[in-house]
Structure formats: C-alpha cells, structure tokens
Write a protein that binds this ligand. Sequence first.
Ligand code: NAP
Length: 243
Amino acid sequence: MSGFGGRVALVTGASRGIGRAIALALAAAGADLVVNYRREAATAEAVATEARALGRRALALGADVAEGDAVAAMVARAEAALGPIDILVNNAGIALRRTPEALSEAEFARTLAVNLTGAFLCIQRVLPGMRRRRWGRIVNISSGAARGGGIIGVHYNASKAGLEGLTRGYAARLAGEGVTVNAVAPSLIETDMLAEGREALARKVPLGRLGRPEEVAEAVLLVAGNAYMTGQTVPVNGGMHFT
Ligand code: NAP
C-alpha cells in the first residue's frame, strides 16, 4: 500500500497499544513517521525501527504532550528531520480508574491536560503548516466514554467529550482549507490500559471479545484517507453502542 506515500505522520503515544498499531499501519501505507512517547523510549525506538524496516524514514521523540514547550521542541525536531507534519494522530492518553469519591482535583486536572490540552497543543503546532500547504489530516482518539459512562471515571468522560468538541470546532473552521479533523472512538481495546478484568469486560461486548489495536488503526486510516469526511466521530466498539 502507498496511500500515504510522501506524507509525514506524527502519532502521539505511539510506543505501545493503539498508538503503536496506528503508527505501523500508517508506515505500512507509505507515511514517514514520528513516534512520540512519554516514558517508554526503548519500545518507541522499536516501533521506529519496524517502520524503517518497511522502508520509511522514522524517528522516536519523547515529549509529554501536556507540556507546550516539549510539544514545540518535538515538532521542531520532527520537521527538521522529516519535513512538515501532514498527518497528526492525537492518541496519547491516560485512564486512571477512579470513583467520583476517590477522584482528586490533581487527577482531574492531569487527565484534562494529557487527553484534551495535549491534543490542542499538538494541533496548534502543526496547523500553520497544514494551512499553508492546504492539506492536513488530524485524527483524535476519543472513546465511547465521550458519550457513555464507561469504566474509568468522570474525569475521563469529560476529557474525551471535550476532545470531540475540539474535533468539531477545528473541523468547522478548517473545512475550506484542505484540512480535515475527525475522531475515532474505541471501546474496550486489548491494551495495557485494560490490563485488569479482561474476561468480564469481553462479556459486555456484543461481539464477544475485546477489540484489537489494529482494528482501531484501520478506522484511523479510513478517515485519514477520505477528503470529504470532517467533524465526524467513528466508533469502533464491537456493537456496544449505536450512533
Ligand atoms: P496505553 O496502552 O496505556 O498507551 C498509552 C500511550 O500513551 C503510551 O504510548 C504512552 O507513552 C502514551 N502517553 C501517556 N501519557 C502521555 C503523555 N503525557 N505524553 C505523551 N505520551 C503519553 O493506552 P491505549 O489503550 O493504547 O490508549 C490509546 C488511546 O486510546 C488513549 O487516548 C485512550 O484514552 C484511547 N482509548 C483506549 C481504549 C482502550 O480500551 N484501550 C478505549 C477507548 C479509548 P509511554 O508508554 O511512552 O509513557
């Protein structure tokens, strides 16, 4: 496949799980790759090595997406090495399972900072270039928890609902400029984020199993490959909710 040949993609939180699968799917489809991570430098480097084995240019760059200066430095290094970012996938996220009673103000703030502000900071950095070139694809990884209760907590619900608002807000403002902004909303995907109670969770899914990171990646490539689709949220949830 070479649907994204000549494009440069930045995937946040791509050292593991869904982000890793998205990064490798984009590389397989022809894109050069920036593999962002926060802590797992070695696994992020392994993802970049896999992309290079596919014939792509790739580098792993550490940055906490919640820190504006770190995001700016990451994008500057990425663009110096690979050229302007054409495809941004805001995937980095945290999911602290908390009841309403146990949730602290600091945990609420950190969740919003990573899951929502992080996407904003990355978009703001790559957007001027996308607008100049009149081509860009932004995909935000939301969650079924943007609309439903979910299993994590109210802080996570709020961060993902906010991310979908951000998606539609940018989409509306960029529709005439060749830049599309969409969300993909997975539920119950087999990653480290769902390390506990997988069998019980799988029983909640009409399809009878958890989803695979590669199945989320397929939806991301679908929306990134479509120039007429913007402001949408695509659920990938085994039939748990219908929209
Ligand atoms: P995961 O396995 O826990 O991986 C999280 C990734 O995000 C890691 O690569 C991690 O990097 C990175 N990350 C965390 N905080 C970061 C920060 N501040 N800055 C940069 N990177 C950061 O999670 P996952 O299940 O693949 O989830 C990926 C996305 O899908 C998240 O947005 C999550 O909310 C969403 N989602 C997941 C599910 C699910 O069932 N798994 C369902 C709905 C939505 P390091 O490892 O290098 O620290």
